[in-house]
Design a protein. Structure first.
Lengths: 444, 398
C-alpha cells in the first residue's frame, strides 16, 4: 500500500514537472514572439507566408533517411527566410518559419500538449539566437565578401541555431530524465555538419531572393520540394527493402511452430547485449540484422536433417553446411546485407569461421542470444529450461564456449527489464558435475 | 577523358563558329556546359535516365534572348547545331545504328525548336505586360518553355522504344515528372537569375540545391538496385533447397519482362511483374515440411502459400496479388475468361511453363512453344502466347 502511495506521489510530481516546463516554455515562446513583433518590422505577407508554408510542409513530412537521421530541409527554409528578410530583421522571419515545426503528426495523433508547448518556446529561442548571429555577421561581412559572405553568415547562423536548440533539448531531457529522448542526442555531432550545409544553401537561396526579387520564390519552393521528394523517395525504397526482408523472415518462421518468434527474440536479446556493452547505434542495428538473417539459410536445409540435428552423421553435417553456406554466399552478395552477414555467417560455433580466425565479439553475442532463446523456448525434442538454468548452462555447462562477459551482459540486461524467460524454475535439475562447475565459477 | 575531350572539341567548334559575335561567350558557355552535363544522368522512377544537359537546354533561351526580347539567328542556330553534333557524337559512342542516330537528331531538333519557339512566343506576349522587369519575363517564359519541353518529351518517340502509341507513351513517362521538374527548374532558375549576379554565383545558386536532389535520386536508384538484389537472393532459396530447378526464378523473370515489353506493359508495372516472377515459387519452401508432403499439395496451394509469405512485406501487396493468381487458367471449359485476372499473373504462368518445358522436360524451344499453343485459350492467354512467340522469334531462339 505504502509502495503504491509513494509511486503515486512520484508520478504526480513528475506530471507537475512536465506541466511546469511546458507552461514555462510556452510563455517564453509567446514572450519571444511578442518581442520580435514589437522590435522588428513584419516582412511582406505573401512571400513570408510562402516560406512559412514551405517550412511547415517539409517539417511535417520529414523522413527517416537513416536510423539516426530524420531529413528535414526546414533549417534551409528558416535560414533562407532569415536572409531574404534581413532588412526587416532576421529573427522574426526565422521564428515564424521555425514554429511551424512545433507540432507534428505524432503530437496530433497522440493528442500531446506538452511537446508542442515546449517546442514553441524552444524554437523561438533558437530562432532569436540564429537571427541575432545572422544580423550581426551580415552587417559586417556582406559589404566586403558579397554573396560568399551571406552564405557563410547563413551557415554560421544555422549552426548556432541548431546548437542552441540541441542544448535546450539536452536540458529538458536531463530535467525530465526521458531515457529514449536522450538517445536522440547521441547523434547530434553527426547532424551538425548537415545543418551547416543546409543553412549555407538556405543562405544562397535567401540571397538570390534579395538580389533578384520575389520572382525567384517559385524556384526556391520547387528546389526545396524536389530535394525533399528525392529524400522521401530514397527513404521509401530503403524502408521497403528492409520491411520486405523482415516480412519474409517473419512469414517463413511462421511456418514452423518452434521457430515462430525465434529470430525476433534473438534480435531483441542481441540488441539488449549490445546496449549493455555500450555499442553504437549502427553496431546494434547491424547485430539486429545479423540476428534476423542468421536463420534464413536454414530454410534451404531439408526438414528431416534439421529435425535430427542432435545426432547427425558427419556426412549429414557436411550436407547442412553446404546448404547454409550456399545461401550465406547468396545473401552476402547483397550489398546492404553484407556487414550483417559477416556476423551471421559465424552463427555456429560448431565449426570455425570461414576465414579460420576466432569468432568476433558480435558473433559471440549472436551465439549467446540464439542459444539462450533455444534453451528458454525449447524445441520439438527438448523441453524449455528455466532462465536461471539456461544461464547456468551458458556459463559453465557442457557448451562452455560462450564469452562470460557477453553472457553476464545479457543477464544484467534481462534483470533490468524485470522480464522472465523460459520455463518455471525447478522443472529440471542440473547435473552434479554442472553444480560443481557452478561453485568453481562463483568462487572466481 | 572522353567527356573532357568532347567538351574541349565542342567548345573549340563553338568558338570558331561564333568568332567576332557579341554573344560568342554565351554560346561557348552553353555548349561547354551542355557537353559537360551530358556526362551526368538523373535516374527516374521508370528506370530511364535524363541527361543533365536538359537543364542547360532550358537555361539557353533566357541566356540568348536579346534586350529587344528576340533571338538572333546566328547564336541560336549555332547553339542548336552544336547540340545536334553533341547528340550524334554520343549516339556514335554508344554504337547506335544510323536509323537510331537519325531519330535522336530529329528528337533533339524538335525539342530545341519547341523550347526556343515557346520561349520567344511567351516572352513576346508577356513583355508589354511586365516591362521593364526582365526577371519576370524570364520566369513566365522559362516556365512555359519547360512545360512545353516535358510535354514534347512525353509525346515524341525516343530511341529504342517499341510502342508508338501516344497515350501509352504519356502513361509510360508521366511517372518521370519529379526528375524532369528538378532538372527543368534548375535550368530555368539559372536562366532567370544569371543577369542579376555573376556567372559563377548563378551557377552555384542553381547547381548546389540541384545537387541535393541529384544525390537523393541517385541514392534512391542505388537502393532500388540492392532491393532487387535482395529479392533475387530470396528467390534463390527454394532453388538451393532443391524445391525448384536451379535458375528457374531468374529465367522466368527474364522471359516475363520480355513478354511484358512485347505486350506494352508500363514500366512501373514491369517492376512488380519482375518481383512476382522472381518470387512466384517461394511458396514451395513450405514443401520442406514432411507433413505437407504426406498430405499432398496443388499449384493453388503453392500460389496461396507464396502470396501469404509475400503479403507480410507491406510494400509487396501488389506482388502478392499477382502471385496468388499465377495458378489460375486463362479460361475454364464452359466459362468465359476472367477479365479481373492480372496480366502479370498470365505472363508469369506462360513464362514459367515455358521454362519448365525447356529445362525440366527437356523440350526444344519450338516444342515448348507448341505446348503453350496447345494450351492457349484454356490454360494460357492466347495474346501472351503470341507475344512469347514474337519474343522468341526476335531473339532467334526458335
Amino acid at each position: 500500500m505504502r509502495r503504491v502511495l509513494v509511486r503515486g506521489v512520484r508520478v504526480r510530481r513528475r506530471i507537475n514537472q512536465w506541466v511546469l516546463l511546458g507552461a514555462g516554455y510556452l510563455t517564453v515562446g509567446i514572450a519571444g514572439l511578442s518581442f520580435l513583433f514589437i522590435s522588428q518590422d513584419l516582412p511582406p505577407l505573401i512571400p513570408i507566408l510562402s516560406f512559412v508554408a514551405l517550412g511547415g510542409f517539409v517539417e511535417w513530412r520529414s523522413v527517416e533517411v537513416s536510423p539516426k537521421l530524420r531529413a528535414s530541409s526546414t533549417v534551409m527554409v528558416i535560414v533562407a527566410a532569415g536572409v531574404a528578410f534581413q532588412s526587416y530583421g532576421s529573427g522574426l522571419a526565422m521564428a515564424l518559419v521555425a514554429i511551424t515545426g512545433a507540432i507534428g503528426p505524432v503530437d496530433l495523433r497522440e493528442r500531446r500538449i506538452f511537446f508542442p508547448a515546449t517546442n514553441i518556446g524552444q524554437l523561438v529561442v533558437s530562432a532569436i539566437a540564429g537571427g541575432a548571429i545572422l544580423d550581426a555577421i551580415m552587417r559586417d561581412v556582406v559589404e566586403t565578401m558579397g554573396l560568399l559572405g551571406i552564405a557563410l553568415a547563413a551557415g554560421a547562423a544555422g549552426l548556432f541555431q541548431a546548437l542552441v536548440n540541441f542544448t535546450q533539448v539536452a536540458i529538458i531531457v536531463r530535467l525530465l530524465r526521458v531515457a529514449h529522448e536522450a538517445s536522440l542526442l547521441s547523434g547530434v555531432g553527426r547532424v551538425l555538419p548537415a545543418y551547416s550545409l543546409l543553412s549555407l544553401v538556405g543562405g544562397l537561396l535567401g540571397a538570390t531572393y534579395v538580389l533578384v526579387g520575389p520572382e525567384v520564390m517559385p524556384f526556391i519552393v520547387i528546389m526545396v520540394l524536389m530535394g525533399h521528394f528525392a529524400a522521401t523517395s530514397y527513404a521509401g525504397v530503403r524502408e521497403s527493402r528492409e520491411s520486405t526482408m523482415k516480412g519474409f523472415i517473419k512469414a517463413l518462421e511462421a511456418r514452423d511452430l518452434y521457430a515462430r518468434g525465434h529470430t525476433e527474440r534473438v534480435s531483441n536479446f542481441s540488441r539488449m547485449i549490445g546496449e549493455e556493452l555500450g555499442f553504437s547505434d549502427e553496431r546494434i542495428e547491424r547485430l539486429r540484422w545479423a540476428a534476423l538473417l542468421s536463420d534464413v539459410s536454414s530454410l534451404a536445409v531439408p526438414r528431416d536433417l534439421l529435425d535430427h540435428q542432435d545426432h547427425l552423421t558427419e556426412e549429414e553435417q557436411l550436407q547442412i553446411a553446404a546448404y547454409t553456406q550456399t545461401v550465406d554466399e547468396m545473401l552476402t552478395k547483397v550489398e546492404f546485407l553484407r556487414p550483417a552477414m559477416q556476423i551471421a555467417k559465424q552463427r555456429s560455433f560448431a565449426r570455425p569461421p570461414v576465414d579460420g580466425g576466432e569468432p568476433g565479439l558480435d558473433a559471440h553475442i549472436l551465439g549467446v542470444a540464439k542459444r539462450f532463446d533455444q534453451l528458454t523456448a525449447g524445441g520439438p525434442r527438448t523441453a524449455a529450461r528455466s532462465q536461471e538454468q539456461s544461464f547456468d548452462l551458458l556459463r559453465f555447462g557442457r557448451e562452455q564456449r560462450f564469452r562470460r562477459d557477453v553472457v553476464d551482459a545479457l543477464g544484467r540486461a534481462i534483470a533490468r527489464t524485470g522480464m522472465r524467460y523460459g520455463a518455471v524454475e525447478l522443472t529440471t535439475r542440473l547435473t552434479r558435475d554442472d553444480i560443481a562447475k557452478r561453485r568453481m565459477y562463483e568462487r572466481g | 577523358m572522353t567527356v573532357s575531350s568532347m567538351t574541349a572539341a565542342m567548345v573549340a567548334l563553338a568558338s570558331l563558329a561564333m568568332l567576332g559575335d557579341s554573344q560568342s561567350e554565351v554560346v561557348v558557355g552553353i555548349v561547354g556546359a551542355a557537353t559537360l552535363g551530358s556526362a551526368f544522368t538523373l535516374p527516374t522512377a521508370t528506370g530511364r535516365k535524363y541527361n543533365v544537359s536538359v537543364a542547360v537546354a532550358v537555361a539557353a533561351p533566357p541566356l540568348l534572348m536579346t534586350a529587344e526580347i528576340s533571338f538572333r539567328m546566328r547564336p541560336t542556330a549555332t547553339a542548336i547545331l552544336m547540340g545536334v553534333l553533341g547528340a550524334q557524337a554520343q549516339s556514335l559512342l554508344r554504337g547506335a545504328s544510323p536509323a537510331k542516330m537519325l531519330l535522336a537528331t530529329g528528337r533533339f531538333v524538335a525539342l530545341s525548336s519547341l523550347l526556343f519557339g515557346v520561349y520567344a512566343t511567351v516572352a513576346g506576349w508577356a513583355w508589354p505586360l511586365v516591362a521593364p522587369d526582365r526577371a519576370q519575363v524570364s520566369l513566365i517564359a522559362a516556365g512555359a518553355a519547360a512545360v512545353a519541353w516535358f510535354v514534347g518529351h512525353m509525346l515524341l518517340p525516343s530511341v529504342g522504344e517499341r510502342r508508338a502509341g501516344v497515350i501509352h507513351r504519356l502513361q509510360e513517362r508521366l511517372p518521370e515528372w519529379p526528375a524532369a521538374v528538378t532538372l527543368l527548374a534548375s535550368g530555368a532558375f539559372f536562366g532567370v537569375v544569371w543577369q542579376e549576379m555573376t556567372w559563377w554565383w548563378a551557377t552555384a545558386v542553381a547547381v548546389i540545391p540541384y545537387s541535393f536532389a541529384h544525390v537523393g535520386f541517385w541514392l534512391s536508384e542505388r537502393t532500388a538496385g540492392t532491393y532487387r538484389a535482395t529479392i533475387q537472393a530470396l528467390s534463390r532459396v527454394p532453388e538451393v533447397a532443391g524445391l525448384t530447378p536451379d535458375g528457374h526464378g531468374s529465367r522466368t523473370a527474364e522471359l516475363s519482362l520480355a513478354i511484358a515489353d512485347e505486350v506494352g506493359m508500363l514500366a512501373v508495372d514491369r517492376v512488380e511483374l519482375e518481383r512476382a516472377a522472381l518470387l512466384h515459387d517461394i511458396g514451395r519452401l513450405t514443401l520442406s515440411q514432411p507433413s505437407i508432403l504426406r498430405r499432398g499439395f496443388s499449384d493453388e496451394d503453392i500460389a496461396r502459400w507464396g502470396s501469404e509469405m509475400i503479403r507480410e512485406a507491406p510494400t509487396l501487396q501488389g506482388v502478392a496479388d499477382i502471385v496468388s493468381h499465377q495458378h489460375e487458367p486463362y479460361r475454364r471449359p464452359g466459362e468465359q475468361f476472367d477479365p479481373a485476372l492480372p496480366l502479370a499473373s498470365k505472363i508469369i504462368r506462360v513464362a514459367s511453363a515455358y521454362d519448365h518445358a525447356t529445362t525440366e522436360l527437356g523440350f526444344l524451344p519450338l516444342e515448348a512453344l507448341e505446348l503453350l499453343h496447345r494450351g492457349a485459350a484454356y490454360d494460357f492467354d492466347p495474346d501472351v502466347v503470341a507475344a512469347t512467340r514474337q519474343v522468341l522469334d526476335r531473339d532467334s531462339t526458335l
